[in-house]
Design a protein around this ligand. Sequence first.
Ligand SMILES: [Zn+2]
Length: 81
Amino acid sequence: MVIMMHQMRAETAPAAGDPDSVVSWHIVRNADLTALCGKELSPAAPVQDATRWTLDPDHNCHTCGALYLRETPYLPGEHTG
Ligand SMILES: [Zn+2]
């Protein structure tokens, strides 16, 4: 059985002067640089485990969130709060 691994990858705003400033978090499959919503993300952008998706929802990409929910039977961490 193949388990699809997801990661959160940040969309950053280098134009704002801070290369690490996170505009929003997207979801990618495995080590892809293209988010589920089609956004191309930088290989230098911060990544974090998809289990953190629920921690800061204000900065999440809504399209990625919807597609991610469709690809996963449940949100990891959903039941810990
Ligand atoms: Zn997205």
